[in-house]
Write a protein that binds this ligand. Structure first.
Ligand code: HEM
Ligand code: HEM
Length: 198
């Protein structure tokens, strides 16, 4: 790509370019999960304010959130497994600079939130008196209903959601900075580009 400084600076060969971008699967999972997680955050924030009447209305949306959340969890496990077992491009900022440290911390904490969100939601829901209905099918419960534990996990789930949203906002601000100010082609690292570059 002519306008991709990071790649053109790295030199030519397709092999060399391998480590200049995230691989196709990580790119796919990044964008699928970005969409799904933002949607899930919005759905979660919206549904908690729904009225309890008519019966089943609020619960119905809760089960949509739970079902989608469990599907998202499968993609998160896939992403983590792939991330651990495949090479990724070196960080843009030189090692030891505050940008390097902050981006690594931010990415790492976003992964922590990606694990914590479905986990706390799932465990908390298992303490609820209502079974999780996975797209209509009730799942077997893991624990007896315990309102205190359900409330505790709801708090933790909400706390992680708040931290996650702050991390995503920082992530987006960083991307905007790279695209508009630094103009260093960072966004292209998270795209498919030409077949030869991957
Ligand atoms: C829920 C929303 C999002 C989450 C959770 C998220 C998460 C992440 C994570 C964890 C990484 C690090 C990848 C790794 O090293 O494995 C990453 C990289 C990246 N993300 Fe996102 N992302 C989100 C949305 C977005 C959006 C909307 C954009 C673009 C506007 C974006 C652009 C990028 C880019 C360009 C990189 C590569 C950074 C680099 O090369 O160091 N992300 N994202
Ligand atoms: C996959 C990522 C997930 C995200 C990003 C997410 C996000 C959210 C958000 C933002 C809220 C609103 C919090 C509040 O303001 O109180 C929420 C609530 C909730 N979520 Fe999730 N969620 C996820 C997965 C799950 C899963 C897998 C389940 C259950 C299987 C679940 C069950 C719940 C429940 C029951 C509530 C309501 C908590 C309450 O009783 O107040 N979530 N979620």
């Amino acid at each position: 790509m002519a306008n991709d400084n990071l790649i053109s600076e790295a030199g030519a060969g397709a092999h060399e370019a391998d480590t200049q971008r995230y691989d196709r699967i990580l790119v796919l999972l990044h964008w699928l999960l970005a969409l799904a997680l933002i949607g899930q955050l919005v759905l979660g924030l919206w549904m908690v304010d729904l009225p309890k009447e008519p019966p089943g209305y609020r619960g119905g949306w809760f089960n949509v959130h739970k079902s989608i959340g469990l599907v998202i969890a499968v993609f998160i496990v896939w992403r983590l497994g792939w991330r651990i077992s495949h090479p990724v491009p070196a960080a843009v900022a030189a090692s030891g600079t505050w940008q390097n440290i902050l981006s690594k911390l931010n990415h790492g904490l976003m992964y922590v939130c990606m694990v914590a969100m479905p986990l706390t939601g799932f465990i908390g829901s298992n303490f609820s008196q209502y079974p999780i209905k996975f797209f209509g099918t009730p799942l077997p419960r893991l624990f007896e209903p315990q309102p205190d534990m359900k409330a505790l996990f709801a708090e933790v789930h909400e706390l992680f959601a708040t931290v996650f949203m702050a991390l995503i906002a920082l992530h987006l601000a960083a991307v905007v900075w790279h695209v508009l100010v630094k103009r260093d082609g960072l966004l292209h690292r998270m795209t498919w580009g030409r077949a030869a570059d991957n």
